[in-house]
Design a protein around this ligand. Sequence first.
Ligand code: FES
Length: 143
Amino acid sequence: MALYSEKVMDHFRNPRNVGVIENPDGVGEVGNAKCGDIMKIYLKIDDEIITDVKFETFGCGSAIASSSMATELIKGKPVSQALELTNKAVAEALDGLPAHKLHCSVLAEEAIKSAIEDYYRKKGVPVEKKTADCANCQHNCGK
Ligand code: FES
């Protein structure tokens, strides 16, 4: 069996929503200290709906595919729904990631949450810190 699914390869080769949004309503940047990869997510939000989302990822193929899929999953969705996005859902939408690459999808979940937290912070709304779904993550981050 191939290590990576067709979907992972597709999103890695043709990533969706790559780039920067000028004057975003929320920006989130997270990194993984172990592998050194960095992911940045920009959000445009109108009336609590994510009307646009872009990402910049300096990282592995799985991180790029995860960013691409995650942005597709939250585009056009309410902020409340995007907050519920788990790394597991991102990995499932990609038809799976190898176990040692699941932490790459955690980066996507965390970057989106961080961008939404930034959006709420700018609006002056306190937001409960949500942590990633660690159940299936091999990344030994100590959470
Ligand atoms: Fe670092 Fe994939 S190896 S995010």
